[in-house]
Design a protein around this ligand. Structure first.
Ligand SMILES: C[S@@+](CC[C@H](N)C(=O)[O-])C[C@H]1O[C@@H](n2cnc3c(N)ncnc32)[C@H](O)[C@@H]1O
Length: 245
């Protein structure tokens, strides 16, 4: 089956009820699956870092081993560079990445292991389902870095950030918690701005249409895609929304 979001041939959407770390079906561990994409099998090599068939209970069990004073998410975390920096910057926080692509998940898990990070985990699930894994008003920061642009009007409904995701973010954030978006695509940025204007409870606290020259205070963590776009001298659009109530 071709899964349009991950752009890969795969056995189907993530299992909702399977045990964490357990193959959903024998297909996933078959030679055919391995020939299609070896990362389908390699995703099971990192049970402490990567949940191929996540459940809230399994994630909570991993998180319970590490005390934390904060919680931070990246939705669509790619190959994990941003998460590694985030987890290093906040060793006393839990850091969760949501991603679908097997290879990117495995690469991220390897980076966590090499960096000796005990406070970061990967959930293989649709980023839109992040509220299944965190309690309301428990999250300090949600980052969406360079979401797939879906530029044509007929594709806009596939965009990750819209009214539903912003409302879910508002529900998941603590008061004072922040939603961060970066994109290279002005059309997406305008789409999110337009959506945000219709919502209450999230105030704009930073806005930039060229992050290299107009940046928020503090260190800037760069994802893989941001590094790429900066090397191409493409402007990066950024906004930060803060939960007020
Ligand atoms: C353009 S890449 C950006 C990756 C990373 N955030 C960065 O800035 O380097 C978008 C990522 O989002 C992932 N993605 C797209 N839709 C998703 C969804 N609904 N749930 C989880 N991940 C998704 C893709 O697999 C891809 O890795």
């Amino acid at each position: 089956m071709y899964h349009y979001r991950s752009g890969q041939v795969e056995p189907g959407p993530p299992e909702r009820s399977g045990r964490a770390g357990a193959p959903a079906s024998s297909w996933e561990t078959s030679d055919a699956a391995f020939r299609v994409n070896p990362y389908i099998r390699w995703q099971y090599d990192h049970p402490e870092r990567l949940l191929p068939h996540p459940t809230r209970e399994a994630l909570d069990a991993l998180r319970a081993r590490v005390p934390a004073r904060g919680l931070c998410l990246e939705l669509g975390s790619g190959s994990g560079n941003f998460l590694v920096q985030l987890a290093r910057q906040h060793p006393d926080w839990h850091v969760l990445g949501f991603e679908l692509r097997y290879k990117r998940l495995v690469k991220s898990a390897l980076k966590f292991e090499r960096a000796g990070l005990g406070n970061a985990w990967l959930v293989r699930d649709l980023a839109e389902r992040f509220t299944d894994y965190v309690a309301p008003e428990s999250v300090d920061a949600i980052h969406v870095n360079f979401p797939d642009p879906w530029p044509r009007a007929s594709q806009w409904k596939k965009r990750l950030v819209g009214a539903t995701l912003l409302a879910d973010a508002r529900a998941a954030l603590r008061v004072g918690g922040r939603f961060h978006l970066r994109t290279d695509f002005s059309g997406y940025f305008l789409h999110v701005l337009g959506t945000w204007r219709g919502l209450s409870g999230l105030k704009m606290c930073f806005f930039s249409n060229d992050l290299e020259h107009n940046r928020p205070p503090g260190p800037i963590l760069l994802s893989e895609f941001e590094q790429l776009f900066r090397s191409q001298r493409k402007p990066v659009f950024s906004l930060i929304l803060e939960k007020t109530a």
